[in-house]
Design a protein around this ligand. Sequence first.
Ligand code: GDP
Length: 205
Amino acid sequence: WDIIHAQYITSAVRADQYPTPPLIEAAFIGRSNVGKSSLINSLCRRNGLARVSSTPGKTQTINFYGLQAKRTTEGQEERADFYLVDLPGYGFAKTAKTNKDKWSGFISKYLSGSDNLGLVCQLIDIRHKPLDSDIESYHWLLDCGLQVQVILTKADKLSKNAAMAQKALFKRELGLDDSRIMTYSVTQNTMRSELIGRIMTALEG
Ligand code: GDP
Protein backbone atom coordinates (compact mmCIF):
# COMPACT_ATOMS: atom_id res chain seq x y z
CA TRP A 1 0.00 0.00 0.00
CA ASP A 2 0.97 3.60 -0.56
CA ILE A 3 -0.83 6.81 0.35
CA ILE A 4 -1.54 8.57 -2.92
CA HIS A 5 -3.88 11.34 -1.82
CA ALA A 6 -4.47 13.33 1.35
CA GLN A 7 -6.57 16.37 2.08
CA TYR A 8 -7.88 18.19 5.12
CA ILE A 9 -11.62 17.59 5.56
CA THR A 10 -12.87 19.17 8.78
CA SER A 11 -12.36 19.78 12.49
CA ALA A 12 -14.73 18.72 15.24
CA VAL A 13 -15.34 19.03 18.96
CA ARG A 14 -18.74 17.29 18.88
CA ALA A 15 -20.13 14.16 17.29
CA ASP A 16 -22.47 16.09 14.98
CA GLN A 17 -19.40 17.71 13.43
CA TYR A 18 -17.79 14.42 12.40
CA PRO A 19 -17.53 14.17 8.61
CA THR A 20 -19.88 12.38 6.26
CA PRO A 21 -19.89 9.94 4.68
CA PRO A 22 -18.53 7.87 7.56
CA LEU A 23 -15.37 5.98 6.61
CA ILE A 24 -13.07 3.70 8.54
CA GLU A 25 -10.61 5.73 10.64
CA ALA A 26 -7.04 5.62 11.93
CA ALA A 27 -6.47 8.05 14.81
CA PHE A 28 -3.18 9.53 16.03
CA ILE A 29 -2.57 10.53 19.64
CA GLY A 30 0.38 11.53 21.76
CA ARG A 31 1.73 14.16 24.07
CA SER A 32 2.27 17.61 22.59
CA ASN A 33 5.57 17.97 20.73
CA VAL A 34 5.90 14.19 20.26
CA GLY A 35 6.21 14.73 16.50
CA LYS A 36 2.63 13.93 15.52
CA SER A 37 2.23 16.63 12.87
CA SER A 38 5.61 15.74 11.40
CA LEU A 39 4.69 12.06 11.23
CA ILE A 40 1.33 12.77 9.58
CA ASN A 41 3.03 14.99 6.99
CA SER A 42 5.65 12.30 6.38
CA LEU A 43 3.01 9.61 6.02
CA CYS A 44 1.00 11.69 3.54
CA ARG A 45 4.11 13.14 1.85
CA ARG A 46 2.55 16.57 2.22
CA ASN A 47 4.54 19.15 4.14
CA GLY A 48 2.19 21.55 5.83
CA LEU A 49 -0.84 19.23 5.78
CA ALA A 50 -0.79 18.92 9.55
CA ARG A 51 0.69 21.92 11.27
CA VAL A 52 4.13 21.48 12.79
CA SER A 53 3.64 23.81 15.67
CA SER A 54 6.18 25.83 17.58
CA THR A 55 3.58 26.26 20.34
CA PRO A 56 2.97 22.91 22.00
CA GLY A 57 -0.62 22.10 22.80
CA LYS A 58 -2.03 24.33 20.08
CA THR A 59 -4.14 21.74 18.31
CA GLN A 60 -7.37 21.64 20.28
CA THR A 61 -9.78 20.07 17.84
CA ILE A 62 -10.22 16.63 16.32
CA ASN A 63 -8.94 17.07 12.77
CA PHE A 64 -10.08 14.75 9.99
CA TYR A 65 -8.06 14.17 6.83
CA GLY A 66 -9.32 12.18 3.88
CA LEU A 67 -6.71 9.70 2.65
CA GLN A 68 -6.62 7.39 -0.31
CA ALA A 69 -4.35 4.37 -0.34
CA LYS A 70 -3.47 2.33 -3.41
CA ARG A 71 -1.87 -1.02 -4.02
CA THR A 72 -1.31 -3.18 -7.07
CA THR A 73 -1.32 -6.95 -6.72
CA GLU A 74 -0.91 -9.18 -9.78
CA GLY A 75 -1.73 -6.28 -12.06
CA GLN A 76 -4.93 -5.53 -10.16
CA GLU A 77 -5.16 -2.02 -8.76
CA GLU A 78 -7.01 -1.54 -5.49
CA ARG A 79 -7.88 1.73 -3.75
CA ALA A 80 -9.11 2.35 -0.23
CA ASP A 81 -10.45 5.56 1.30
CA PHE A 82 -10.24 6.25 5.00
CA TYR A 83 -9.95 9.11 7.48
CA LEU A 84 -6.78 9.94 9.31
CA VAL A 85 -7.85 11.54 12.59
CA ASP A 86 -5.45 13.89 14.36
CA LEU A 87 -6.33 14.22 18.06
CA PRO A 88 -5.16 16.97 20.43
CA GLY A 89 -2.05 16.18 22.45
CA TYR A 90 -2.45 14.97 25.99
CA GLY A 91 -0.49 15.74 29.12
CA PHE A 92 1.05 19.07 28.24
CA ALA A 93 2.04 20.73 31.52
CA LYS A 94 1.03 24.31 30.74
CA THR A 95 -2.52 23.42 29.82
CA ALA A 96 -2.68 20.25 31.88
CA LYS A 97 -5.95 21.10 33.58
CA THR A 98 -7.77 22.18 30.42
CA ASN A 99 -6.28 19.29 28.50
CA LYS A 100 -7.38 16.85 31.17
CA ASP A 101 -10.91 18.20 31.00
CA LYS A 102 -10.90 17.87 27.23
CA TRP A 103 -9.56 14.36 27.46
CA SER A 104 -12.40 13.42 29.74
CA GLY A 105 -14.71 15.31 27.39
CA PHE A 106 -14.91 15.28 23.60
CA ILE A 107 -11.71 13.35 22.95
CA SER A 108 -12.55 10.38 25.14
CA LYS A 109 -16.09 10.54 23.79
CA TYR A 110 -14.69 10.24 20.28
CA LEU A 111 -12.31 7.40 21.18
CA SER A 112 -14.79 5.37 23.18
CA GLY A 113 -17.76 6.03 20.92
CA SER A 114 -16.54 5.80 17.34
CA ASP A 115 -17.93 2.86 15.41
CA ASN A 116 -15.46 3.47 12.59
CA LEU A 117 -12.23 3.63 14.51
CA GLY A 118 -10.07 0.75 13.23
CA LEU A 119 -6.74 1.73 14.76
CA VAL A 120 -5.24 4.17 17.23
CA CYS A 121 -1.59 5.05 16.70
CA GLN A 122 -0.17 6.16 20.03
CA LEU A 123 2.99 8.22 19.58
CA ILE A 124 5.68 8.34 22.26
CA ASP A 125 9.01 10.19 22.08
CA ILE A 126 11.68 7.46 21.94
CA ARG A 127 13.99 9.46 24.23
CA HIS A 128 11.58 9.44 27.17
CA LYS A 129 11.06 6.74 29.73
CA PRO A 130 7.53 5.36 29.89
CA LEU A 131 5.41 8.01 31.61
CA ASP A 132 2.31 7.35 33.67
CA SER A 133 0.19 9.35 31.23
CA ASP A 134 1.41 7.22 28.30
CA ILE A 135 0.82 3.95 30.16
CA GLU A 136 -2.60 5.02 31.44
CA SER A 137 -3.69 6.22 28.00
CA TYR A 138 -2.55 2.96 26.44
CA HIS A 139 -4.53 0.82 28.88
CA TRP A 140 -7.55 3.10 28.62
CA LEU A 141 -7.54 2.63 24.83
CA LEU A 142 -7.32 -1.14 25.23
CA ASP A 143 -10.21 -1.02 27.70
CA CYS A 144 -12.24 0.78 25.03
CA GLY A 145 -11.69 -2.30 22.86
CA LEU A 146 -9.47 -0.41 20.43
CA GLN A 147 -6.52 -1.70 18.43
CA VAL A 148 -3.40 0.25 19.37
CA GLN A 149 -0.16 0.68 17.46
CA VAL A 150 2.62 2.25 19.54
CA ILE A 151 5.04 4.39 17.55
CA LEU A 152 8.30 5.58 19.11
CA THR A 153 9.04 8.86 17.34
CA LYS A 154 12.28 10.74 16.57
CA ALA A 155 14.28 7.49 16.45
CA ASP A 156 17.13 9.37 14.73
CA LYS A 157 17.79 11.22 17.99
CA LEU A 158 19.24 8.04 19.52
CA SER A 159 21.93 5.61 18.44
CA LYS A 160 20.67 2.37 16.94
CA ASN A 161 21.48 0.45 20.13
CA ALA A 162 19.86 3.01 22.40
CA ALA A 163 16.74 3.02 20.18
CA MET A 164 16.53 -0.78 20.38
CA ALA A 165 16.90 -0.66 24.17
CA GLN A 166 14.06 1.89 24.42
CA LYS A 167 11.85 -0.24 22.19
CA ALA A 168 12.50 -3.27 24.41
CA LEU A 169 11.69 -1.20 27.50
CA PHE A 170 8.34 -0.04 26.10
CA LYS A 171 7.54 -3.56 24.91
CA ARG A 172 8.03 -4.80 28.44
CA GLU A 173 6.24 -1.95 30.20
CA LEU A 174 3.18 -2.11 27.95
CA GLY A 175 3.19 -5.85 27.32
CA LEU A 176 3.46 -5.53 23.54
CA ASP A 177 4.60 -7.88 20.81
CA ASP A 178 6.60 -6.68 17.80
CA SER A 179 3.53 -6.22 15.61
CA ARG A 180 2.23 -3.58 18.04
CA ILE A 181 5.28 -1.35 18.39
CA MET A 182 7.63 0.31 15.92
CA THR A 183 10.09 3.17 15.68
CA TYR A 184 9.74 6.10 13.30
CA SER A 185 11.89 8.97 12.13
CA VAL A 186 10.73 11.64 9.72
CA THR A 187 14.30 12.43 8.78
CA GLN A 188 15.18 8.84 7.92
CA ASN A 189 11.73 7.90 6.62
CA THR A 190 12.70 4.22 6.51
CA MET A 191 9.58 2.96 8.30
CA ARG A 192 7.01 4.81 6.21
CA SER A 193 5.81 1.88 4.10
CA GLU A 194 5.89 -0.41 7.15
CA LEU A 195 3.59 1.98 9.01
CA ILE A 196 1.23 2.30 6.04
CA GLY A 197 1.13 -1.50 5.86
CA ARG A 198 0.27 -1.81 9.55
CA ILE A 199 -2.46 0.83 9.28
CA MET A 200 -4.04 -0.84 6.26
CA THR A 201 -3.87 -4.29 7.85
CA ALA A 202 -5.70 -2.95 10.92
CA LEU A 203 -8.30 -1.08 8.87
CA GLU A 204 -8.96 -4.09 6.64
CA GLY A 205 -9.35 -6.45 9.59
P1 GDP B 1 3.49 17.68 17.52
O1 GDP B 1 3.34 18.79 18.51
O2 GDP B 1 3.33 16.34 18.15
O3 GDP B 1 2.65 17.83 16.29
O4 GDP B 1 5.04 17.70 17.08
P2 GDP B 1 5.70 18.34 15.78
O5 GDP B 1 5.46 17.52 14.58
O6 GDP B 1 5.34 19.81 15.74
O7 GDP B 1 7.27 18.16 16.15
C1 GDP B 1 7.85 18.73 17.31
C2 GDP B 1 9.32 18.96 17.03
O8 GDP B 1 10.01 17.73 16.86
C3 GDP B 1 9.58 19.76 15.76
O9 GDP B 1 10.65 20.64 16.00
C4 GDP B 1 9.96 18.69 14.75
O10 GDP B 1 10.81 19.18 13.74
C5 GDP B 1 10.68 17.67 15.62
N1 GDP B 1 10.56 16.29 15.06
C6 GDP B 1 9.41 15.63 14.78
N2 GDP B 1 9.66 14.39 14.30
C7 GDP B 1 11.01 14.26 14.29
C8 GDP B 1 11.91 13.19 13.91
O11 GDP B 1 11.51 12.08 13.49
N3 GDP B 1 13.25 13.43 14.04
C9 GDP B 1 13.73 14.62 14.52
N4 GDP B 1 15.06 14.74 14.63
N5 GDP B 1 12.92 15.63 14.88
C10 GDP B 1 11.58 15.47 14.78
